[in-house]
Design a protein around this ligand. Sequence first.
Ligand code: UVW
Length: 321
Amino acid sequence: MANKPVSFSELLKDGPKNWGRWGADDEIGALNYLTSAEVLRAARAIKSGKVFMLGVPLARPAGDPLYPSRSQPIRTMAMDKGFYENELAQPFPGGMEYADDVIVMYLQGTTQYDALGHVWYDNKLYNGYDAKTTTGGLRKCSIEPIANHGVVGRGILLDIARLKGKPSLDANEPITVADLEAAAKRQNCAIEKHDILLIRTGWLKRFYDHGFPGIFPNGEFREPGLAYSPELVNWVHRMEIPSIGSDTIATEQTLNEAAGVMIPLHAALLRDQGVIFNEIDWLEDLANDCEKDGQWTFMFVGAPLKVVRGAGSPVNPVAIK
Ligand code: UVW
């Protein structure tokens, strides 16, 4: 049973903030850590040329994994052979015909990046921008500046499910700093400053194995993941982590029972520190390969779409080993 919720301003009042660190007009937060030197460090992590695409299939007829308040993507044909068969379209001169389609979806309804203006508390976004700047489209901290910069750096996969010796973590199971360090130790690799963290819980595989009950047991949204603690938010700040991704919908433990709050790391890391969240990553193939060859670091490339004023964007991230 969760306690009565504490307000985020109270819970996080002594926590680290990066507001102003990169100037009063900054909109990319911890991506500022990802300089050209970091891209070269990432390139040095490439050893075999193996490529892993971390996006999930989009708009499957059977449905996609997404946050409960979001509806499923709708993809429909705007042009196909049927149009020609029913004389609704004519071939181009020369005889060529074509297919076209349209998708209606939440920008965060698949593997995706959250913009820094995606969440706020106390009416302030990252870097102190007024929450009113989100009305009608994000005029500050949209996905566009993130998409213009790109998310390129050394990635490290931390396989917490393997660390715990189970196919997936349990509902609302927390991941602590000690777990991250123990996973790195088991994998015989070190987490370095400015690393892009990918955290495997095994949760997303439950969706493809068992459908919606696999990730909403008892109909509840209670994902395992990184758990809020002052130690964790200080560790992320000290390690200057630019971005965190996971094989869950929200990249963090859903409910912090002690404080009675939901997804507090969106407040403590994204809003306060400008850490970029990347969600719904497919990590199974990458993790299996890392376990096999013992190489858990790679070049990571995340290229969200330049959606004008968007609160997020779909992405198909790339890990190159
Ligand atoms: C919410 O936190 C509402 O969404 P997401 O998990 O996409 O960040």
